[in-house]
Design a protein around this ligand. Structure first.
Ligand SMILES: [Zn+2]
Length: 357
């Protein structure tokens, strides 16, 4: 294949420009307007290289996008990148995109606005090189990954079914690929009553985290209502059943007369375990990395992603193909800029390799 390395390196400032634009749009999972703005910027960029966007409209959440080249016939590779972040409205005003030497900062910069730049430029690089492999991909850009991909799950599964490979562009923590992830889900416990006892929180001990608690009307009023959001992580399907029935059991009655419990939610993310097919895919990706001096390792992550869904749909899936950085979901989140070119090249080479018969 034509030497892409130099061309990609030259695109670094364009990539950073796109990342700056995307970071500077508040696009928390519940900010439909912001996410749709991100979607418009991206579909505009894809239109410039001849790709077409199918908009899957949603009432409350951002619109999911399905993107492919009009000449793509039965593409085999699914690329997934989410457009939402965990940050609320107004975050950008407080700490917009910034750069210091080799590092870039801002809400969602590594999780995963930078991945959109590497994905777009990998496809551009393929076109630039005269490769036809860009016709072998279909992209899902979804809008609710940070809240469990509940609304985009159907689209992802439907598109995944027709593919041979799924490449998920979540960031590369320490530069590692991700080959397995825990499953999990979310529960919401509402307590209605005259007062709510703190002891009502479910405590079943298996990776359950009550991360968000709210309630009350004022400091000198006994709270008539309280709510807890509970995050669950599981290693096996059996753990999922255990946690699910334990939470339901604990919340099936209230020990405090006059209060009523209301529990919603469930296990939404299946566990993702490494399969032989995915191992073969890792071998290909590591080989392509080696050709350009990248020593790629792979690891199991505790955090779920859309790879859990594509793998569950039976498609060999590898994640962590995005650029390198760390501290996702935190203020200190950063992108390591030199990894932009590296990861763009890697993705282009992997797509080319998977497309050559
Ligand atoms: Zn992410």
């Amino acid at each position: 294949m034509w030497e892409l390395k130099g061309w990609i390196k030259q695109q670094e400032s364009n990539m950073l420009g796109l990342i700056e634009t995307l970071v500077n749009i508040d696009s928390g999972s519940y900010i439909k307007e912001g996410i749709d703005k991100v979607g418009n910027v991206l579909s505009g960029e894809y239109a410039k290289i001849g790709f077409e966007t199918e908009v899957h409209e949603q009432q409350k959440l951002g619109n999911n996008l399905l993107i492919r080249h009009p000449e793509a016939v039965n593409p085999e590779i699914l690329l997934i990148a989410h457009m939402d972040t965990v940050f609320g409205e107004g975050t950008v005003a407080g700490r917009p995109f910034s750069r210091e030497g080799d590092y870039a900062y801002g809400p969602g910069v590594i999780d995963m606005k930078a991945s959109h730049a590497t994905t777009l430029y990998a496809l551009k690089a393929l076109m630039e090189s005269g490769s036809e492999a860009f016709k072998n991909v279909e992209l899902v850009l979804n809008t609710d990954e940070e809240i469990g991909s509940i609304a985009s799950r159907e689209l992802i599964e439907q598109v995944a079914k027709t593919k041979k490979y799924a490449l998920i562009l979540e960031p590369a923590q320490n530069g590692h690929l991700v080959s397995e992830r825990k499953g999990g889900g979310k529960y919401f416990l509402k307590v209605h009553g005259k007062s709510a006892h703190a002891g009502i929180e479910p405590e079943n001990g298996i990776n359950v985290n009550v991360g968000l608690i709210s309630g009350g009307t004022s400091v000198n009023t006994i709270a008539p209502f309280a709510e807890a959001a509970i995050d669950v992580r599981i290693e096996t399907w059996e753990d999922g059943d255990t946690v699910d029935s334990a939470i339901k059991e604990i919340c099936s009655y209230s020990e405090i007369p006059g209060t009523r419990l209301e529990l919603t939610g469930n296990i939404t993310r299946p566990v993702w375990n490494l399969t032989a097919e995915a191992e073969a895919l890792i071998a290909i990706i590591t080989e392509e990395g080696q050709k350009n001096g990248l020593e790629l390792l792979h690891e199991k992550s505790g955090g779920g992603s859309d790879a859990n869904l594509t793998s569950f749909a039976g498609i060999p899936s590898i994640d962590g193909l995005g650029p390198v950085g760390a501290d996702a979901h935190q203020e200190s989140e950063y992108l390591y800029i030199p990894s932009l070119a590296e990861r763009t090249l890697l993705l282009a080479n992997v797509i080319e390799r998977l497309s050559s018969k």
